[in-house]
Design a protein around this ligand. Structure first.
Ligand SMILES: O=P(O)(O)O[C@H]1O[C@H](CO)[C@@H](O)[C@H]1O
Ligand SMILES: O=c1cc[nH]c(=O)[nH]1
Length: 247
C-alpha cells in the first residue's frame, strides 16, 4: 500500500538516515553533490530525494512549514521504513549571545499548548535522541561552527505564537512581549515550527530523531543571516550532520 502524500515512495527505499528540511529548495541545495541522486517525489511542499553520500544510502525530504504538513511527512516517512530522521532547519535565536549563522542542536522542545494533542497530552516530553544530539554537537564543534544546545520552543504560528508583531496598521492586536520574556527567563534559546512534532513522533514510534538548526535571525538584534551565507551554512551544516551520523 502506498502512502497518501508521498505516493511514489516505496517501503525500504529510504536510506540509513533521512534529513528533513522546511524549505523545498533546500533539498536540491543539500543533495546536489550526492551520487546516484533520484527525485522520488515532488508534490505540494514535499520534495523527496534518495541517493548516496560517501557510499551510504541517504534521503532528504521537505516538510513545508508548521505542524500539519510536517506531521504528514514524518508519519509517511516512518510508514515507509525511515530508520532515523534529523531536521536540518532554520530558527530564530532568543538568546543575545547566539547569533545569525550559529547552529543550535536542541535536546528538547517546549511547545504551544495543545500542539500534537491528538497524539499525546501536553505533559508528554518532546525530546531528541541523546546519542544523536551528542554526535551532532561534537561533529559541528570539531568543524568550527559556533554550536549551542538547549531547550527550544516549537510554535503553531509564526507571528503571535512567536510574539512577533504583524505590520497591520488598522489592527490594535499586539504581540505579547511579556510572554516571550517568560520563556526566555526559563532558558528557551530559540523558536521554530517543526521540531517538537519530530521529537514526539520519534519517541512514540521509537526511531532516533534530532535537529540541527541554522540561526536565521536574532530576536535580540533583529539581525538576519546574510543571504550570501545562508546557502553555504545550510550545506555545510547538513554535511556535518551526515558525517556525524554515518561515520
Ligand atoms: O527554515 P525552516 O526549516 O522552514 O524552519 C523555520 O522557518 C520557517 C519560518 O520562516 C518555519 O518552518 C520555521 O520552523
Ligand atoms: O524567528 C524565526 C526564524 C525562523 N523560523 C522561525 O520559525 N522563527
Amino acid at each position: 500500500m502506498s502512502s497518501e502524500h508521498l505516493t511514489h515512495l516505496q517501503n525500504g527505499q529510504l536510506g540509513e538516515v533521512t534529513l528533513i528540511v522546511g524549505d523545498p529548495s533546500r533539498v536540491d541545495l543539500i543533495s546536489k553533490d550526492w551520487s546516484e541522486r533520484h527525485k522520488v517525489e515532488d508534490s505540494r511542499e514535499f520534495v523527496l530525494v534518495i541517493g548516496k553520500y560517501k557510499g551510504h544510502n541517504v534521503s532528504i525530504c521537505s516538510t513545508g512549514m508548521g505542524v500539519g504538513s510536517t506531521e504528514i511527512c514524518i508519519i509517511e516517512l516512518i510508514e515507509n521504513g525511515a530508520k532515523q530522521i534529523i531536521r536540518c532547519g532554520g530558527c530564530g535565536s532568543w538568546r543575545e549571545d547566539i547569533e545569525p549563522g550559529d547552529l543550535i542542536i536542541n535536546r528538547a522542545m517546549a511547545r504551544t499548548a495543545g500542539l500534537m494533542g491528538d497524539y499525546v497530552p501536553d505533559n508528554y516530553p518532546a525530546v531528541a535522541d541523546p546519542i544523536l544530539v551528542g554526535k551532532l554537537y561534537r561533529e559541528a564543534q570539531q568543524r568550527g561552527f559556533k554550536v549551542y544546545t538547549g531547550i527550544g520552543l516549537t510554535t503553531e504560528t509564526y507571528f503571535l505564537g512567536q510574539y512577533r508583531q504583524p505590520q497591520i496598521e488598522h489592527s490594535t492586536i499586539r504581540a505579547d512581549d511579556v510572554k516571550m520574556k517568560y520563556w526566555q527567563d526559563r532558558g528557551i534559546i530559540n523558536a521554530e515550527m517543526e521540531s517538537a512534532v519530530l521529537f514526539i513522533l520519534g519517541s512514540i514510534y521509537q526511531i532516533p530523531v534530532a535537529n540541527c538548526l541554522v540561526v536565521h535571525l536574532s530576536r535580540s538584534t533583529y539581525r538576519w543571516e546574510q543571504p550570501e551565507d545562508y546557502n553555504r551554512i545550510h550545506r555545510e551544516s547538513a554535511i556535518s550532520v551526515l558525517d556525524a551520523v554515518l561515520n
